[in-house]
Design a protein around this ligand. Structure first.
Ligand SMILES: Cc1cc2nc3c(=O)[nH]c(=O)nc-3n(C[C@H](O)[C@H](O)[C@H](O)COP(=O)(O)OP(=O)(O)OC[C@H]3O[C@@H](n4cnc5c(N)ncnc54)[C@H](O)[C@@H]3O)c2cc1C
Length: 422
């Protein structure tokens, strides 16, 4: 029997993993309460409206080839505006656009005309795509594991070729310019990029958690409730209230879980910083990331989010995002936004002097550093206490959802993809 002030499940943390788990519980008629420390749910997927612009807290994208948030996530309702499946590569001499030749054969003449790759590099990239395309996720996750850099070295990519495309592109995806991240995550995400497209929701990346949150009974989510301690089946929040549940689910980012549960092993994070500017024109003809392939400078990539998703800027204006590389110690560099524009001019040869600075965001915990991937999915931490989150699968939106699906599967008998088993 539940006591009068007790719910069956208490979910601590309202990021994507906590929200999806809540929806699974709700669909099965189980009683729960979700406590989130911030003023709204969403965790690391969040956006801010500023002077008519939509600013995501850290450059991020949604891939339509992700498969784990279903059936609660509707991509159609998010109204994704897509980036091209390709990128501008800014080299020391010129900028070349490289489209995905398999998805967009029309880009082949461009690639051949500008030819940023040698024939050997072209063939290596094509072969990588074809070999990952036809493999199941399970077989990719079962591959021997090394760093991404070692994996690509072993496949015969030379340093110059890597520096032209895979390093600046995946350095941005992983927030890791040295490509130390697991080769398994690289292969998994390379395949997802090859199969799908990257987009931005009409209302910003925060529309993803907002879409989940609005399906949850409002009485079952309490925001601005920071849990400061957990003792058995009781959670105490800052301010003194306490909540009881039969089962505790800690759906936190790893540093917060570590602090709450008193883990002694330090939790390592990958940081990031993005600078946003406004301008009246987009100098690039395609909605694509412009990668710094010069090997110099502090900028990792530039993009015009409003060219992929026009709602990110007021009519007639454009939003620019400039993401910087991390320093050798892994810390995100803090730069003067106006000085950064000189580098935009020198390296990217874009006339940026009229760009006007809006805001910058520093995210100290962007992605968890994990020794091996994928993690177990969820953990049974102690009696009636469970852990979920991206650090227990692999760092990404899909990983956070997969973690929630796996715990729901365990607790509620759902099928592995998170829908009710028949
Ligand atoms: C800048 C950036 C760019 C990214 N880019 C991409 C991308 O392009 N594509 C992609 O797939 N993934 C990307 N990711 C990764 C993805 O956003 C995360 O993997 C995912 O959102 C993690 O969800 P989560 O539920 O595991 O954790 P979180 O989102 O961290 O959720 C944890 C929640 O717990 C709350 N909390 C913390 N402490 C307490 C407490 N004591 N009491 C109550 N609540 C608490 C937090 O406020 C938060 O809401 C990016 C992440 C960042 C930061």
């Amino acid at each position: 029997m539940l006591k009068s002030n007790e719910v069956e499940f208490l979910i601590v943390g309202g990021g994507l993993s906590g929200l999806l788990l809540a929806l699974h519980l709700q669909a099965r008629g189980r009683s729960f309460l979700l406590l989130e420390s911030a003023s709204m749910p969403g965790g690391r997927v969040s956006s801010e409206q500023f002077r008519g612009y939509t600013l995501d807290r850290g450059f991020q994208v949604m891939l339509d080839s992700y498969d784990q948030g279903l059936p609660y996530l509707s991509l159609a309702e998010l109204g994704l505006g897509y980036f091209d499946s390709g990128a501008y590569l800014q080299g020391p001499q010129e900028r070349a656009y490289v489209g995905d030749p398999l998805k967009n054969p029309a880009s082949i003449p461009d690639i051949l005309a500008h030819y940023p790759f040698s024939m050997r590099e072209m063939w290596q990239l094509l072969w990588l795509t074809l070999s990952l395309w036809r493999r199941s996720d399970a077989s990719i996750w079962g591959d021997p594991e090394s760093s991404t850099r070692a994996y690509l070295d072993n496949r015969g990519f030379d340093k110059a070729g890597l520096d032209r495309f895979l390093q600046p592109f995946f350095g941005g995806v992983f927030l890791d310019d040295n490509l130390e991240v697991s080769s398994r995550l690289f292969c998994f995400l390379y395949k997802r990029f090859a199969l799908g497209r990257a987009g931005l929701p009409r209302d910003g990346m925060s529309a993803i958690p907002a879409q989940l949150a609005k399906q949850i009974d409002p009485g079952s989510i309490l925001c601005s409730q920071r849990v400061e301690s957990i003792h058995g089946q009781e959670a105490r929040v800052v301010g003194g209230s306490s909540f009881h549940a039969r089962e505790m689910v800690i759906a936190l980012d790893k540093p917060s879980a570590s602090q709450l549960l008193g883990w002694t092993e330090p939790s390592k994070s990958r940081e990031t910083r993005v600078y946003y500017y406004e301008t009246d024109a987009c100098p690039l003809s395609r909605p694509a990331l412009c990668l710094n392939a010069t090997g110099k400078g502090t900028i990792r990539h530039i993009s015009f989010p409003s060219s992929a998703q026009p709602s990110y800027a007021p009519v007639g204006r454009h939003l620019v995002s400039v993401t910087t590389k991390n320093q050798a110690d892994g810390k995100a560099s803090q730069l003067d936004p106006d000085c950064l524009l000189n580098e935009v001019g020198e390296i990217f040869r874009l006339d940026a002097q009229h760009w006007s600075f809006l805001r910058s965001y520093h995210v100290s915990h962007g992605l968890p550093v994990m020794p091996s991937m994928p993690g177990p999915g969820f953990l049974h931490h102690a009696d009636h206490t469970w852990l979920v989150g991206d650090y227990l699968t692999y760092p990404s939106i899909n990983g956070a959802f997969e973690s929630a699906n796996k715990l729901a599967n365990h607790l509620l008998g759902l099928s592995p993809c998170g829908v009710e088993a028949s």
